[in-house]
Design a protein around this ligand. Structure first.
Ligand code: ADP
Length: 264
């Protein structure tokens, strides 16, 4: 807190009072600090792939280009890094729109169970690694008002993390239940897990438990931050539960469609 003092005077010039204006500078300073940290993070995140690309391009220039096998490998690396930068910039643009409230939520009445089945089908079809997709879904439809594109992105982000951190042959389980006026969605994996003290931090922009590992897996560090913004914009909450070395669950809630039939 910062206080500015001034005095009030009577007509004859004598002081008859003091005015104290108290500013809450801590909040301003906090915002400024976060902004600086964010810019530093973005710069760092962009510099890392750029530095990698530069050294691979230099190696190509210094002769690696004549070794076909090596050249191909180096080009693949630069391509991967370019793709990661594009993902990063896209994620940043999206977050900046979310921050500026420069987006619209287009809620559509949706049977969430059919919607989930469709998304999991898509992951099952495209799976590149040995992973079992388990569905624990109610038999009957459950209706919610959701922005389908945004919700697809939330679930995509959570699933792609679960796949990245899953062991060979692991299971990813999607469970949907009703809790009062809310729908509860839980996506669990059997991967490395997240230490207890880091659980709430994974929703902070650029926060990663293991930076090197996240980069190696192609992460931008923004996936869960975007998911959080999108869930909250639709009236829900999101959080993580985990047991180190046993697996991670990302859970979120969504308000049930009041007009719809969601009796048991
Ligand atoms: P990233 O692009 O690094 O995956 P996210 O915002 O999606 O960024 O996730 C933030 C961090 O949370 C990750 O870097 C990782 O440390 C941790 N994390 C997220 N999902 C999982 C998971 N399923 N298993 C283990 N760690 C996870």
């Amino acid at each position: 807190l910062r206080a500015n003092f001034s005095t009030t005077k009577k007509e004859n010039g004598r002081i008859n009072g003091i005015i104290a204006v108290i500013h809450d500078v801590t909040e301003q300073e906090q915002v400024e600090m976060e902004r600086r940290e964010f810019v530093a993070n973005v710069s760092h995140e962009l510099r890392t792939p750029l530095t990698t690309m530069k050294s691979y391009l230099e190696a190509l220039q210094d002769g690696a280009v004549n070794d076909e096998k090596l050249a191909r490998k180096f080009i693949d690396v630069t391509q991967m890094e370019t793709e990661r930068m594009i993902r990063l910039v896209n994620d940043l643009l999206q977050l900046s729109k979310l921050d500026a409230k420069d987006y619209s939520i287009t809620p559509q009445r949706t049977d969430f169970i059919a919607f989930c089945n469709h998304i999991v089908d898509r992951f099952e079809m495209s799976k590149r690694q040995n992973i079992h997709f388990v569905r624990k879904l109610p038999k009957k439809p459950i209706y919610v008002d959701i922005d389908r594109d945004k919700m697809t992105q939330v679930i995509d982000n959570i699933y792609s993390n679960a796949m990245k951190y899953s062991p060979e042959g692991g299971s990813i389980t999607l469970k949907v239940t009703k809790k009062g006026q809310y729908l509860k969605v839980c996506i669990s994996d059997e991967g490395v897990g997240i230490p207890k003290e880091n659980l709430s931090k994974v929703f902070i922009r650029f926060y990663r438990v293991d930076k090197a590992r996240s980069r190696k897996l192609g992460g931008t560090g923004l996936g869960l931050a975007i998911a959080k913004e999108m869930i909250e914009a639709q009236g829900g909450e999101i959080w993580a539960e985990s047991e180190w070395n046993k697996g991670t669950s990302i859970l979120f809630t969504l308000p049930l469609d009041k007009g719809g039939d969601h009796r048991d």
